[in-house]
Ligand binder design. Structure first.
Ligand SMILES: NC(=O)C1=CN([C@@H]2O[C@H](COP(=O)(O)OP(=O)(O)OC[C@H]3O[C@@H](n4cnc5c(N)ncnc54)[C@H](OP(=O)(O)O)[C@@H]3O)[C@@H](O)[C@H]2O)C=CC1
Ligand SMILES: Cc1cn([C@H]2C[C@H](O)[C@@H](COP(=O)(O)OP(=O)(O)O[C@H]3O[C@@H](C)C(=O)[C@@H](O)[C@H]3O)O2)c(=O)[nH]c1=O
Length: 180
């Protein structure tokens, strides 16, 4: 059951409820820790900071699954195609969609720096210079969930989605950034 921890979470839940009660076919996708080659996101923040600083402190007490924007785009396109095919039988509802596996922000940052080094990105630090810290060590105005993992079995069963492992998606985006 949803239990929003902050104003952002409450606003997302209100949006979901408005869509679900609007009386039309719909698919609501809940996701986590979105990243990609475009726009701002944690992966790109770490690449920038790793080129500016010789040490980083990253929260280790929050877990989740990094999820590429491309997965969300591809699955959304697939769902829309299915809606066009079977309008009357469309399985409207709320779905979870994230990569498989899970990690902490700390381990995620370490992998980003390790991969960045193999691609020859400019870096002032290595993965060993990243320190794990508790959530209290990185205070933010909005409370962050300790566990952002999502059970994605429903979208797998209904739409046949098989999310990739988060490591592979991070590797793919680093390779994309390398080609720029
Ligand atoms: N980032 C994450 O980890 C997660 C994000 N989400 C949800 O995914 C969605 C996208 O998040 P994220 O990519 O991080 O957000 P960003 O703030 O990076 O991007 C939001 C995008 O929406 C556009 N936008 C904002 N308002 C409007 C509007 N009124 N009409 C049309 N376009 C608009 C912005 O356009 P412009 O650039 O022109 O301002 C921008 O391109 C949000 O709903 C967020 O709550 C959910 C879970 C995790
Ligand atoms: C830059 C930085 C971040 N962090 C931590 C803070 C936070 O817990 C975590 C991620 O920080 P960010 O500011 O990138 O991301 P944050 O805004 O917390 O990310 C969230 O965005 C919203 C929209 C969501 O829905 C979530 O799924 C999630 O992706 O990393 C550090 O510990 N040290 C650092 O130097």
């Amino acid at each position: 059951m949803a239990n929003p921890q902050c104003v952002y979470g409450s606003s997302k839940l209100a949006g979901e409820q408005a869509v679900a009660t609007a009386g039309t076919a719909h698919a609501i996708l809940r996701t986590s820790w979105v990243f990609g080659a475009h726009g701002g996101n944690f992966l790109k923040t770490i690449l920038r900071l790793a080129n500016e600083r010789d040490q980083l402190s990253i929260v280790a007490g929050q877990i989740g699954a990094p999820t590429p924007a491309s997965l969300l785009a591809n699955v959304t396109a697939h769902i829309i195609q299915q809606y066009r095919r079977d309008k009357c039988d469309f399985p409207s509802g709320l779905y979870h969609l994230s990569c498989s596996g899970s990690t902490s922000w700390y381990e995620y940052a370490q992998l980003v720096v390790e991969l960045a080094a193999t691609h020859g990105f400019p870096l002032k630090l290595s993965a060993a210079d990243i320190q794990p810290i508790p959530t209290s060590g990185y205070p933010t105005p909005a409370r962050r969930p300790r566990n952002s993992q999502l059970d994605c079995s429903k979208i797998q069963k209904i739409f046949g989605t098989h999310p990739p492992d988060w490591h592979d998606s991070v590797k793919h985006v680093l390779a994309q950034l390398d080609q720029r």
